[in-house]
Design a protein around this ligand. Structure first.
Ligand SMILES: Nc1ncnc2c1ncn2[C@@H]1O[C@H](COP(=O)(O)OP(=O)(O)OP(=O)(O)O)[C@@H](O)[C@H]1O
Ligand SMILES: [Mg+2]
Length: 673
């Protein structure tokens, strides 16, 4: 026994010899004392608390942070401030005490002797001091200590002694704020380096996004707004990183994403660093002013935002391509639409679907002559396809002409007065093919079967609604329903255009709430592929890739859990950081996310989940297991548990509501009429 006391004294002395720092002592608030540790090991501790202390500290909510400090021998405030280390705890539940059984018996006896429902005598349970003690089970999150004048947080305890009782406090206000925003000197230095590498000037930008909240019922611990402890996000945690936002429907995922978009925008505006942001918006809630949500990103940053949609809408660009110009892309779109709509397919339609409109490449042919021949065929085939589109009612781009080479022999037989090489209107082109078809046999005899390749023949069949046997087929009519997928005014590929906006630090919103789901998936992938390919190419050429953050809403619809590792989304998650691509994905289901993406995710924000499966999936990560019960139970909107790269443990936070008015003021944007 004496040995133990001596050891304890030596330990205290040792600790007190370490120079104390104001920041360490500032964490301890005398009025927030709630009890003593009575058991301690490497992982957990039991805190003995009493009702009086709990009441004075305004309660001890489940999952709250506690701080345990070794009391000094003298018990003076000055001496206490010398404490060399503080153990950080999280309340995980109640702990049984050895005397619980006897206390319960005594309580029962007291109740049995009661005469009235509200006794005022001394023997009342409330008045019996022994009855007021109970145990709190806590997990050790780490140790705050001071080294070389800096506050550090180890993620464990180094050693423990059994004899001393630690004083335990529940930090609030500024102490709690200091604790939840703590960043280790190493992480701060690394983040500063990273910020410099990323091109950010000055200090690390961090932004308030919410306040600490432990439980659904928050009358005591968050009773006064002035007592709220603000939680900040560090912008560098998000750039070139992966972030997951989980939670049941209507629990504030999109709100959180909007906060992130705004954090990135403000980082960009404050530092002059261009950061492109692209939002895959499946519900159209970022693009449209939604009555219910009082505003959207597009409204807050009108000059910085470009909106895209699959159907023509005022204020939106078409995500789609110009079928007359981006021939391959347009054909692939049509193919997807026809396949998904399960239309009856004639042999000609079948042949059309399997056509390839990519231009022949010289290296694929043995002789220049053969290459030139293929090029001629390709030109006629594209011309026939363009004529087919026009016949089906697809609007030609302004001043667009259908042009192809036809040898003098053919020209003279078909119509000597026009040369298709000079360009034809849609009507002229249709008439030309009509005439050519009428004398097809003659042409073949005169010029050899070669003048029209099988693909062009099929396209002419569709154009003229007759198959090779001369029987009627619906032909061009099959293409008529998909006219809206063609963007006649677009001159560049939509992917190039979007990528250029991103390089310019703009926000691009892809409103995917309308249009065909298959198209949606294909386009989403194609845009993501384009971004990755171009950013990787910049990175591989030794240059700095532009900063881009990709947000995917309702991610389970776009990113498949069973995607191959080589598919675009797992690749972006794995390789994107190199090319400065950040991803933020929001979904209701943790289990729907590709395991490779999840294990590469640095930041996780999660609100209410409604079943054990999802909780178990999440509990594999960091210390989310501590929140298993509360995540299922608390359904409050915006009540999130947050683990970021900079924070060593999960912090429960009530996320602020995205306030367009406030954001507009910050961005210096006038209110729209
Ligand atoms: N932190 C918050 N504080 C107050 N209100 C919020 C907060 N977060 C969201 N809301 C409001 O709650 C509603 C639902 O939020 P939100 O759309 O962000 O949820 P969601 O999880 O994205 O839902 P869904 O699964 O339907 O997409 C919205 O009206 C929103 O304004
Ligand atoms: Mg949402």
């Amino acid at each position: 026994m004496q040995l133990a006391v001596a050891a304890a004294k030596a330990y205290f002395l040792n600790m007190n010899a370490i120079p104390a720092s104001e920041s360490l002592s500032a964490l301890i608030q005398a009025e927030q004392f709630i009890g003593w540790t009575c058991q301690l090991d490497y992982e957990k501790t039991v805190v003995l608390t009493s009702d009086q202390w709990k009441v004075r500290a305004r309660g001890v909510p489940h999952n709250c942070f506690l701080l345990a400090v070794v009391p000094d021998a003298g018990q003076t405030d000055a001496a206490r401030k010398k404490a060399g280390e503080i153990i950080l705890l999280r309340v995980t539940g109640s702990a049984a005490l050895p005397l619980d059984e006897e206390m319960l018996q005594a309580k029962i006896k007291t109740v049995q002797t009661r005469q009235s429902p509200s006794p005022s005598d001394e023997a009342s349970i409330v008045a019996v001091e022994e009855f007021q003690f109970s145990g709190l089970a806590c997990r050790i999150l780490g140790t705050f200590y001071v080294q070389e004048g800096k506050l550090r947080l180890g993620s464990d305890i180094e050693s423990y002694l059994s004899a001393p009782l630690f004083e335990v406090y529940r930090p609030t206000g500024p102490a709690l704020e200091a604790l939840v925003n703590y960043i280790s000197p190493e992480r701060a230095a690394a983040a500063r380096d990273e910020a410099r590498r990323l091109g950010l000037q000055g200090d690390l930008p961090r932004f308030p996004i919410g306040t600490v909240r432990y439980s659904s019922t928050d009358r005591l611990h968050r009773g006064e707004a002035s007592e709220h402890s603000v939680f900040h996000l560090n912008a560098v945690d998000f750039l070139a990183r992966r972030t997951a936002v989980f939670g049941m429907t209507r629990t504030g995922k999109s709100n959180t994403v909007k906060q992130l978009v705004s954090v990135v925008m403000r980082t960009s505006m404050g530092s002059g660093l261009k950061i492109g942001q692209i939002i895959y918006d499946l519900n159209g809630e970022y693009a449209n002013a939604n009555q219910q949500d009082r505003g959207s990103i597009a409204e807050v940053y009108p000059g910085e935002t470009f909106r895209y949609r699959m159907l023509p809408t005022p204020g939106f660009q078409l995500i789609l391509n110009n079928f007359f110009v981006q021939t391959v892309e347009g054909h692939t779109t049509l193919k997807g639409l026809i396949e998904v709509n399960k239309i009856h397919r004639s042999a000609d339609l079948e042949a059309f679907l399997s056509m390839d409109f990519s231009e022949p490449r010289k290296e694929e042919y043995n002789s220049d002559q053969e290459f030139q021949r293929q090029l001629g065929n390709h030109q006629r085939k594209v011309a026939a396809y363009q004529t087919l589109l026009a016949r089906a009612g697809y609007e030609l781009p302004a001043n667009f002409r259908i042009a192809f080479e036809a040898g003098a022999g053919i020209r003279n037989k078909v119509n000597p007065s026009v040369d298709p090489a000079n360009g034809l209107t849609a009507t002229q082109a249709f008439e030309w093919f009509q005439l050519a078809r009428a004398i097809q046999e003659e042409l073949i005899t005169a010029t050899g079967a070669d003048w029209i390749d099988p693909d062009t023949n099929v396209l002419m069949n569709l154009l003229l609604q007759r198959n090779d046997q001369g029987a009627y087929i619906p032909g061009f009519r099959v293409l008529q329903p998909y006219k809206d997928y063609h963007a006649p005014s677009r001159t560049t590929d939509v992917c190039d255009e979007i990528y250029n906006h991103l390089i310019g630090g703009k926000i691009v919103i892809l409103d995917l709430s309308v249009g065909d789901p298959v198209q949606r998936e294909r386009l989403s992938k194609r845009i993501a592929q384009h971004i990755l390919r171009h950013s990787m190419a910049t990175f591989n050429s030794g240059k700095h890739a532009p900063h881009i953050v990709i947000y995917v809403e309702e991610a389970h619809n776009i990113i498949g859990r069973n995607d191959a590792l080589t598919d675009i989304w797992p690749t972006i998650a794995k390789e994107g950081a190199k090319a400065r691509l950040a991803t933020v994905y929001a979904t209701q289901e943790v289990s729907s996310i590709h395991p490779n993406i999840l294990s590469n995710t640095e930041n996780i924000l999660v609100s209410h989940l409604n079943n054990e499966n999802e909780i178990n999936e999440l509990a594999k990560y960091y210390d989310f297991r501590d929140f298993s019960r509360s995540l299922i139970r608390a359904q409050n909107v915006g009540f999130a548990r947050v683990k970021t790269l900079s924070n060593p443990f999960v912090i429960p936070v009530q996320i602020d509501r995205f306030d367009p008015e406030k954001e507009r003021q910050r961005a210096g944007v006038a209110k729209p009429n």
